[in-house]
Write a protein that binds this ligand. Structure first.
Ligand code: DGT
Ligand code: CA
Ligand code: CA
Ligand code: ZN
Length: 574
């Protein structure tokens, strides 16, 4: 269980207050808000207070009574609070949808609900279009404009889900199906198995000799919001989070062909079927048939082989040249999920991260990494407490002493996520950048510059002899914020010319670079890094999404500098 920071605990308490308030409950909301404020301002971590003195000492925090103390205890022990989750479910306001609009958190939503009666996205749109939001205290025209922009984006997402946000529940369902009586295998297929950035639904295949057990269990899972269909071997449900899951029970003899069929993509399937026909076979979800005989249905490997193709990894099945390459036995050996040796973007509690440098390093070690770069923000990002010259020097000293403590078993690299200024200059002076092991640069402001200016800005940063990496190069947030307008071909070319590395940011809603740009980098020999962009020790988990993205872009180990041993990686940098 990951340790919750004071800010995270406060956030949940604030939310409880807001939910209660939206339900018209008296007094209690204010009590939660006050405790949240107190906890935000505490010097000592609540987790430490609890560890030392238990429930009793949590009750000693001003404003905390026994009932709030118990909720804090539950949060610290389980990471969740049932009361909070129940309230969330019960509020008349569709928070799940409304919070998808960038910039709208529970606090703002509460005001919109109380003053304007906004309960869902369509209410929100009406109010914004009528200019009612701009008139509210604390909102203004700019906010209203942003809400409208955010709404457009939510609409565009068209019922698709960011894979990283829904994968935990999909895996959980998969695992529980696997544990049912009579089940031999359960495996998610479809776009989830291809690791697409966003997925429409999840398609799970099961081998079982007791299909009824699988169906009964599946439609009665606690996550299910609505049963769409229940059959003997196939059922569909909508989960409470809005996503659909289909489950099909198939026979062992057809498992490989069903897996291939339901993994897709559709275009890839169509091409496979054509090849089958050209060889006088027939391919469908039940098998690969020669006449009436199923010659290869048990495994995907058998099917590809029988069709004269090398096995194609699911992440590559998008009809972007993989079939031609598989025919010629020319598919690259793409990077594996266990291939990273380091992580070159992590934030700590020196700025907006939740955990100390040491804790981040230990979590990385546990994941089998050999090095991380600590890349806290810089001073221009004032709201994160970005580091100035003095504090980054102090941080470097702390890193030196931690490295000494680790005695060569692990290495923390001194680094920065340095803001790129409007003119392409850097937010820290060269004398400081020079002292760091690695320098990353990021655009965090002025997203609306013209394409020409934005491109020049980034090119100038890349020309800086100290800047090694450009982090999240296009700045997009999937479903929330469009990439800034930038000529990526030009950026990739400049990366090549200047020896600058481009980042694949593994945060599930960044995944920036996109697969098509990764492919361009691979083709041109531009090196990349896959970073978690972790803001807490648990977020090293994100790395697998970055690796998946790299695989979708056909990247090999040699294309990814943090898949290299540290000496080789450091030698490559500028
Ligand atoms: P999604 O759910 O929109 O993110 O994308 P997928 O790829 O998971 O698509 P989905 O759920 O509609 O169907 C799952 C797989 O089933 C798909 O990847 C390929 C296969 N499939 C679906 N419809 C067809 C079809 O009309 N022809 C062929 N050959 N395959 C299909
Ligand atoms: Ca699907
Ligand atoms: Ca489906
Ligand atoms: Zn950033």
């Amino acid at each position: 269980m990951r340790r919750l920071s004071n800010d995270e605990i406060a956030e949940i308490l604030y939310e409880i207050g807001e939910y209660l308030d939206m339900q018209g409950v008296q007094f209690k909301p204010r009590a939660y808000e006050k405790v949240a404020q107190t906890i935000e301002g505490l010097q000592e971590e609540v987790a430490d207070i609890y560890k030392k003195g238990g429930l009793k000492s949590v009750e000693d925090i001003p404003g905390v009574g026994v009932s709030i103390a118990e909720k804090i205890e539950e949060l610290l022990k389980t990471g969740k609070c049932k009361y909070h989750q129940d309230l969330k479910k019960k509020t008349p306001v569709d928070l799940a949808s409304l919070t998808r609009v960038e910039g709208l958190g529970p606090r703002k939503i509460k005001v919109l609900y109380k003053k304007l009666g906004v309960k869902n996205l369509s209410d929100l749109e009406k109010s914004a279009k009528a200019g009612k939001i701009a008139k509210l205290e604390g909102f203004g025209e700019k906010t209203e404009e942003n809400i409208l922009k955010g709404l457009e984006f939510v609409k565009k997402s068209g019922g698709r889900f960011v894979l990283g946000f829904v994968l935990p529940v999909i895996r959980d369902v998969e695992k529980r199906l696997r544990g049912l009586k009579g089940v031999e295998a359960a495996q998610v297929a479809g776009s989830v198995r291809r690791w697409k950035e966003t997925v429409g639904d999840a398609d799970i295949l099961v081998i079982s000799n007791k299909p009824a057990v699988v169906m009964d269990y599946f439609v009665s899972m606690p996550e299910v919001g609505r049963v769409l269909a229940k059959g003997e071997t196939r059922s569909s449900v909508t989960l409470k989070n809005g996503m659909d899951i289909d489950v099909r029970v198939v026979s062992k003899e057809s498992y490989g062909s069903a897996l291939a069929y339901f993994t897709g993509s559709k275009d890839h399937n169509i091409e496979l079927r054509k090849i089958a026909i050209s060889k006088g076979y027939k391919l469908n979800e039940y098998g690969l048939y020669k006449g009436k005989k199923n010659i290869a249905g048990k495994s995907e490997e058998e099917i590809y082989k029988a069709l004269g193709l090398d096995y194609v990894e699911p992440e590559m099945r998008e009809m972007t040249g993989e079939i031609a390459a598989a025919k010629k036995k020319a598919l690259p050996k793409i990077i594996g999920y266990g291939d990273l040796k380091g992580d070159l973007q992590t934030q700590t509690n020196w700025t907006d991260g939740a955990d100390s440098i040491e804790k981040m390093a230990k979590a990385a070690m546990e994941r089998g990494l050999e090095y991380i770069a600590v890349t806290d923000h810089t001073k221009r990002l004032a709201m994160t407490g970005g580091l100035d010259e003095k504090r980054i020097l102090k941080q470097m000293a702390e890193i030196d002493s931690l490295n000494k403590k680790f005695g060569g078993k692990f290495r923390i690299l001194k680094s920065t996520e340095c803001d790129i200024l409007k003119d392409g200059g850097m937010d820290l002076p060269d004398e400081i950048l020079k002292k760091l092991d690695i320098v990353g640069g990021s655009v965090h402001s002025l997203f609306n510059l013209s394409r020409k200016d934005q491109t020049e800005r980034i090119k100038k940063a890349m020309a800086n002899p100290h800047v090694d990496i450009i982090f999240h190069p296009t700045g997009r947030l999937i479903h929330k914020r469009e990439a800034y307008d930038v000529d990526m071909d030009e950026v990739i070319k400049t990366a090549k010319k200047t020896g600058t590395v481009l980042e694949i940011d593994a945060s599930p809603d960044r995944l920036d670079l996109k697969d098509e740009y990764i492919k361009k980098c691979v083709d041109l020999g531009v090196k990349m890094t896959i970073d978690s962009d972790a803001h807490s020790a648990s977020q090293f988990e994100f790395l697998e999404f970055g690796i998946a993205q790299a695989r979708r872009g056909w990247a090999q180990k040699n294309d990814i500098i943090n898949a290299w041993p540290i000496e080789k990686m450091l030698k490559f940098l500028k």
